[in-house]
Design a protein around this ligand. Structure first.
Ligand code: NDP
Length: 348
């Protein structure tokens, strides 16, 4: 039997929206992939991954490991050349106790990195951070375009951006403190608001907004916006950050120009309203949003972002990784189209 020479890549949080696309991207490029999941007990959570691997004739193995426990991480990284650390809690609402997010995000990153340091095989880790670790909590410079030189201010942040900022900081500190014999490289991807095709019937946190618009769960569009990026382009960025030598020691923002929810709704309305959907395109006044927020925790979270523009630059990723973004219209339409295909949004 021929010796297996294709590098083995560990992708953490394989059940997740972004990780699924990372796995597909790696398999398409001939890598062998091992994915971690919290539990293998429910085969439904991973059947889309097995289907993709089989369609591509790729090598995919799934193992159990939880960010909150040491168990399984050493075995998970064994023999891997690269690790894409994608797993981190990303709930749609602010938890009662911020440690529900910060604990697994920071503790989990350290566990994964410690296993890499101990492995003797891992050359580079690519970690999924977020623009939430770059552009949040700044009291000054409103309207400034944020770059990789910026860090969110955790003291001024909700649990999620705080968890992403502290986890990314912990990762950089961890690798900086490694003795030479255990050293490996770190690169970080900071995606914006991720849109694009669903691989299974779990719309995830970022898809929830598109779902709400498609089923008219909101009567109008809140005046909030974000810097969008396609999940397929995020997966490509992870692969490039793994392959491009210059990426070592760098963080890369991957996100496009600011997009208001209302502009996203208009794209959906043009495409789907002629097919029987009733995507709202009006603007939700602040006072009405405030009333909705009393009953909906996700709206309560969104209140803090009203009127705020997410201005970030992906110039560094474009320059150093050769990374490009597909048009945002394509990402918006593909999100909704696959939601209909997966039954997340009823077919009309
Ligand atoms: P998902 O919720 O789809 O994926 C999160 C993944 O993390 C899931 O596989 C989940 O496992 C796993 N996870 C959560 N808690 C634990 C834990 N304690 N132990 C092990 N695994 C755990 O979210 P996304 O795919 O959207 O997000 C993936 C990463 O990308 C996160 O780090 C997120 O912060 C980041 N990100 C996401 C953006 C977006 O807009 N979607 C934007 C910027 C960054 P399980 O299925 O068992 O719950």
């Amino acid at each position: 039997m021929a010796t297996e020479t294709r590098p083995l890549i560990l992708v953490t949080g394989a059940t997740g929206y972004i990780a699924g696309h990372c796995i597909r991207e790696l398999l398409e490029h001939g890598y062998r992939v091992r994915g971690t999941v919290r539990s293998l007990a429910d085969p439904k959570k991973t059947e889309h991954l097995r289907r993709i691997a089989s369609q591509l004739g790729g090598s995919l193995e799934l193992v159990e490991a939880d960010l909150t426990s040491d168990r399984g991480w050493r075995e998970a990284v064994a023999g891997c050349t690269y690790v894409q650390h994608v797993a981190s809690p990303f709930p749609p609402e602010v938890p009662r106790d911020e440690m529900e997010l910060i604990g697994p995000a920071v503790g989990g990153a350290k566990r994964v990195l410690q296993a890499c340091a101990d492995s003797g095989t891992v050359k580079r880790v690519v970690m999924t951070s977020s623009v939430a670790a770059v552009a949040f909590g700044h009291k000054d410079g409103n309207g400034a375009v944020r770059t990789e030189a910026d860090w969110s201010v955790p003291e001024n942040c909700d649990a999620y951006p705080k968890s992403k900022t502290l986890a990314e900081r912990a990762a950089w500190d961890f690798v900086a403190a490694l003795p030479p014999a255990r050293r490996f490289e770190l690169a970080v991807i900071n995606p914006g608001f991720v849109l694009g095709p669903l691989l299974n019937a779990d719309q995830g946190t970022s898809g929830e907004l598109v779902r709400k618009l498609m089923v008219r769960d909101m009567p109008a569009c809140p005046e909030i916006g974000f810097a969008p990026v396609d999940v397929r382009d995020v997966a490509i960025a992870h692969r490039l950050a793994m392959e491009v030598p210059q990426a070592a020691g760098n963080r890369y923002i991957c996100a496009g120009e600011h997009l208001w929810v209302q502009d996203m709704a208009k794209v959906l309305a043009v495409e789907f309203n002629p097919r029987g959907y009733r995507v709202p395109t009006g603007r939700l006044p602040y006072w009405l949003m405030w009333i909705f927020a009393r009953f909906d925790k996700a709206v309560r979270l969104a209140l803090t972002f009203v009127g705020r523009k997410e201005l970030v630059s992906s110039a560094k990723a474009q320059r150093e990784l050769g990374w490009t973004m597909r048009p945002v219209r394509e990402s918006i339409i593909d999100t909704a189209r696959t939601m209909i295909e997966q039954g997340v949004v009823p077919a009309r």
